[in-house]
Write a protein that binds this ligand. Structure first.
Ligand code: SAM
Length: 454
């Protein structure tokens, strides 16, 4: 046990840890502390620039401290803020975006709102559960910061029918697979067949189960797994697709490139602002459709102020594209994942839109086409790593005078924003949308206007 001291928590960092300052002036990170709380801690590690400590006692709790609803909170790594009220969660998220924009982006942010999610529980349409060979075969979530499984009985942020599918799979399919000797994945030895189950659903109750296996050639294992899964389907009174995905690689990437449908049409269809959007088991789709809809409508209303020709990079299956298509004269959508761009084109025509073109390529390999398209507005919604610098160079080289940036990572938004500002752009609007209640994650919508041409 380390030295015991009393600290006042000043802040919460981007990992959801409380931040305090120790007696030696060094920053101390504490799991579970909320701003203004006075806590008795035991110091655990002492690094050059920071220490970590464990909370022994909360001497003065925050007025925002609440009892976490989920019994597995803290055990599984999924949520980080369940011990804080929802108002405080929104405040923490807005502050984390403002801090990133000011510290990394060197941009001034006066006032920043974080729009609350219409649903704080039961909103999430997707969960990926690792399956491992330990203890004869287990399914669950990874424990916080490790690859050991937390055998959870449910997850209250999941849509209830998606949560039920996990529970049914664990209680009925797992025992049958064990009895039949289906090999579960052993991560250390990179052996075994079934390595992940991904469950997805829509707001109307449709379901999709995607089984990630190391090999699609293991006929016996596949047949046994298919039979057990089919029994699960028989008991489900809803539209339900089953899909294989093959991932033979080592490492943390969940999905491989090859998929095939076991039964059903292999897609989920979600309604976003009156548009029907289909996506397959492997494609990106925002996990909180209730709030994603609001984000997309707001992004599109910013684009509508300018209108004209839009280039949209990182377009996915076109959930934002179809809404942009109403606000713009034309949309050129770029997406690197082939199954996603196929869906995007289908989604566009199913919704009767004829002003959208799609390109299947990496954004950084499409920069010439993007400049030659002579856009008025560019919209980007990149993954956590943000935009490649050549993409930002092309934004500046292009004819666009407005850039709308949807971001799931405040640090890379701030980094990219700083580059844009030094290239002659200014931050015009900034707001946050809480798409991930109970977690530290936040979605940010920023728009930039050109102030000078080089
Ligand atoms: C955050 S998602 C946004 C998708 C879409 N806007 C939506 O909300 O449904 C990012 C998308 O970018 C795609 N992507 C990732 N890296 C890319 C790249 N270098 N070039 C083009 N697309 C990329 C991913 O496949 C994913 O569909």
């Amino acid at each position: 046990m380390g030295k015991e001291i009393t600290l006042t928590v000043r802040d919460v960092n981007s990992r959801g840890q409380g931040v305090a300052v120790g007696e030696d002036g060094k920053v101390v990170f504490l799991d579970g502390g909320l701003p203004s709380e006075v806590v008795r801690v035991s110091l655990e590690t002492d690094k050059k620039n920071y220490s970590t400590a464990k909370i022994l006692d909360i001497e003065v709790p925050s007025e925002h401290r609440i009892t976490p609803r989920c019994p597995w909170y803290g055990l599984c790594g999924g949520c980080q803020l369940q011990h804080g009220s929802y108002d405080l969660q929104l405040e923490i998220k807005a502050k984390s975006v403002r801090d990133a924009m000011e510290r990394i982006g060197r941009m001034r942010v006066d006032r920043l709102v974080c729009h609350p999610s219409p649903m704080q529980w039961g909103y999430r349409n997707k969960a990926s559960f690792p399956v491992r060979s330990e203890n004869g075969g287990e399914i669950g979530f990874f424990r916080s910061g490790s690859h050991k499984l937390a055998p959870i009985d449910g997850c209250p942020v999941l849509m209830p029918h998606v949560e039920k599918l996990y529970v049914d799979f664990r209680d009925t399919v797992m025992p049958e697979l064990k009895r039949n000797g289906v090999p579960f994945y052993d991560e250390r030895r990179h052996k075994g067949l079934l390595r992940h189950m991904v469950f997805r659903g829509n707001r109307e109750g449709s379901l999709l189960a995607l089984a990630v296996v190391t090999s699609l050639r293991d006929c016996r294992g596949k047949e046994l797994l298919e039979r057990s899964l089919a029994r699960l389907k028989e008991t489900t009174q809803t539209s339900f697709s089953g899909v294989w995905n093959e991932n033979s690689s080592r490492g943390n990437r969940i999905l491989g490139e090859r998929s095939s449908t076991i039964w059903g049409d292999g897609v989920i269809t979600e309604k976003i602002s009156n548009y029907d959007l289909s996506y397959d088991g492997t494609a990106f789709f925002q996990v909180n459709p209730f709030q994603a809809e609001r984000l997309f409508l707001r992004a599109s209303s910013i684009v509508a102020e300018r209108g004209g020709a839009v280039v949209e990079l990182y377009a996915g299956v076109g959930a934002l594209t179809v809404i942009l298509a109403k606000a713009a004269k034309t949309v050129l959508a770029v997406e690197e994942w082939a199954p996603a761009i196929e869906r995007l084109l289908e989604n566009v025509s199913r919704n009767g839109l004829d002003n959208v073109k799609g390109i299947c390529n990496r954004a950084e390999d499409t920069v010439r086409t993007m400049v030659e398209a002579k856009p008025d507005v560019i919209v980007v919604d990149p993954p956590r790593g943000g935009c490649a610098s050549e993409v930002l160079d092309a934004v500046t080289e292009s004819s666009a005078d407005m850039l709308v940036y949807v971001s799931c990572n405040p640090s890379t938004l701030a980094r990219d924003g700083a580059k844009l500002v030094s290239d002659g752009w200014e931050l015009a609007t900034l707001e946050c949308f809480d798409l991930f209640p109970q977690t530290v994650h936040v979605e940010t919508l920023a728009s930039f206007k050109r102030t000078a041409r080089g």
